[in-house]
Design a protein around this ligand. Sequence first.
Ligand SMILES: Cc1cc2nc3c(=O)[nH]c(=O)nc-3n(C[C@H](O)[C@H](O)[C@H](O)COP(=O)(O)OP(=O)(O)OC[C@H]3O[C@@H](n4cnc5c(N)ncnc54)[C@H](O)[C@@H]3O)c2cc1C
Ligand code: SF4
Ligand code: SF4
Ligand code: SF4
Length: 368
Amino acid sequence: MELAKNKKLCCGCGACAEICPMQAITMKPDEEGFLYPVIDEDICIECGLCESRCHELMPAGSDFVRGEPVFYIAHNNDEEVIMKSASGGAFSALSDVILAEGGVVYGAVFDKDFNIVHGRAETTEERNRMRSSKYVQSVVSSEIYAQLKEDLEAGRKVLFTGTPCQIAGVQTFLDRDYDNLILCDVICHSVPSPLMWREYLKMLEDENGGKITYVNFRDKTEGWQRASTFKGFRYKIDDGELKKDDRFYRLFFGWKTIARPSCSACKYAQVNRPSDITIADYWGVERFAPDWKDFYGVSFILTTSQKGVDLLNACKDTMRFEQRDPSEQISENHRLRGPMGILEEEREAFWKDYQEKGFVYALGTMPL
Ligand SMILES: Cc1cc2nc3c(=O)[nH]c(=O)nc-3n(C[C@H](O)[C@H](O)[C@H](O)COP(=O)(O)OP(=O)(O)OC[C@H]3O[C@@H](n4cnc5c(N)ncnc54)[C@H](O)[C@@H]3O)c2cc1C
Ligand code: SF4
Ligand code: SF4
Ligand code: SF4
């Protein structure tokens, strides 16, 4: 038995490891630092469950999509929240509703070493750590899968947020609907390698002679910009001054060398979503809806189920929103029309250079 034979058909969600009845699957990083399932042949009983339930291997059309999408523009009423969010602060408004009802929120956070992992929040402070985009694949651990199930079985209301493939992984794992679960994804460009992220942080520390103490992928001092304009990344060394660096962004958005292989074949880069509600950036707002333009960010929201609509309506006091014509974001938001394209040869050359001569050398071969 072998899973992930074709790396483009495995997003690393880890659901197969959770559902294997023999615990024969371990998620292990490959040479690029992305997690893949590895089966212990001595334990595996060849039941085939991991393969038959994997959402990436399911034929198109059977892959957990919800109902007809409805498109909205949205804007949190609190400018301070927008400043701390990647877009227009929709995530904070939606998750506030869940927390106010005594519910639980799951999403991506930095751990103490600035690795990106999924966390669980019951308080506003814990939820605030989930704010803003972190452009590295986050790890949804076995503990998080177990806590999610426990919360659901206990009847707690749960908002689970993440990339669409992580949401599909959650559905694979749960294998049934829960009335008390709301799934929320982000429109997803792709996710970079956690290994490259560590290498990059190490390079910044070596260059500056200190320890990283702060990181922000979407700093809005210069306003809300597409991440691919390379302007948002900020960091601090030993709590010193705020510094800028665009090299991780260039590797990721510019040269597309460090994204997970499955991202260039992503089946979720489309308008049909695996979630109840989707959050993203309302690009092109200045042309389509100039009255909504905000220097610090505007959100795009897409609902695909009654649960999604109900959650959005519950935000009426904290977030302004309005239904819009789908054509605006379908034309503007590339990842609603298909996965990102990559230059396979350049990608291969980068990784070969990295394996043979290290990160700083491989980075140096990229055109500025
Ligand atoms: C990897 C990635 C790629 C994206 N690509 C696009 C794009 O191509 N087009 C577009 O319009 N929008 C994209 N987004 C979405 C956008 O950047 C915002 O995350 C989204 O609009 C929510 O912003 P907000 O202001 O509502 O709240 P915020 O507070 O900014 O939202 C935080 C939310 O993002 C989630 N999140 C943060 N980092 C990660 C991560 N590494 N993995 C999983 N979930 C994460 C948190 O769990 C939380 O739900 C992307 C986000 C990520 C994380
Ligand atoms: S369930 Fe997730 S981790 Fe397992 S093979 Fe499928 S995509 Fe990969
Ligand atoms: S075939 Fe069955 S036992 Fe073997 S790894 Fe897959 S789920 Fe586990
Ligand atoms: S681009 Fe697709 S495969 Fe890649 S992280 Fe996003 S949802 Fe998953």
